[in-house]
Design a protein around this ligand. Structure first.
Ligand code: HQG
Length: 182
């Protein structure tokens, strides 16, 4: 179990490494990396006392493996979920037959009309597991699970990526590949 302080730190790191690097006075490189010492110094300068030990603990303890160090552990980045412009250099991958997307019932009319759109993120996020997907949907309201015919989409020319923490990513999902609940 993570402590409250570690959860707060994880949320702050998500903010800095995905959305607002300026919240810690740092910049991300093209692939989303930032030097660890620069990040820690920036956090302290912005009133967030995070040391190397806590950072290691938060990265290792993140339930969704949100962050990754580079090989020599001098740099860190978020594995996915960015709104700032970064190129994570994912390799295209062939998805399984079916992937899932968790959303909230209040979005269904709009999704029926437009398909799944990436909204503020870089991609639509899909999962191979239903459990995670339900939790994702609950963040937005009454959860509902959509079944995506991913391999059929792939055969039709849509490019899929899989992040290092196992989230499947695609530009958009047209309505014709979505199975809605009855
Ligand atoms: C919905 C978490 C109306 C979409 C999770 C979703 C995930 C539409 C919301 C990651 C729509 C966007 C991403 C349309 C899509 N009309 N609503 N046409 N198309 N939507 O948070 O997928 O904790 O940007 O269904 O594990 O909920 O951040 O995406 O409900 O991987 O690490 O618009 O966030 O990871 O919401 O979640 P989000 P998401 P972290």
């Amino acid at each position: 179990m993570s402590s409250n302080n570690d959860i707060k730190t994880s949320k702050f790191l998500s903010l800095v490494l995905r959305h607002e690097p300026e919240a810690a006075g740092v910049t991300l490189d093209d692939a989303g990396w930032v030097d660890v010492d620069t990040l820690l110094a920036g956090c302290v300068a912005h009133g967030k006392l995070i040391d190397r030990e806590q950072l290691e603990r938060v990265v290792a303890g993140s339930d969704k493996q949100r962050f990754a160090f580079n090989e020599d552990r001098t740099r860190i980045r978020a594995n996915q979920g960015h709104s700032v412009e970064v190129d994570l250099q994912y390799e295209p991958r062939t998805p399984p037959e079916i992937l899932y997307h968790g959303t909230a019932t209040r979005f269904l009319d709009s999704i029926r009309a437009q398909g799944l759109l990436k909204m503020e993120r870089h991609h639509v996020h899909l999962s191979a597991e239903t459990k995670v997907t339900t939790q994702v949907g609950e963040r937005h309201g009454t959860p509902v699970l959509l079944v995506i015919r991913a391999q059929e989409m792939h055969r039709a020319g849509h490019t899929f990526f899989c992040s290092t923490n196992g989230v499947w990513l695609v530009d958009a999902v047209p309505v014709s590949y979505i199975e809605f609940p009855a």
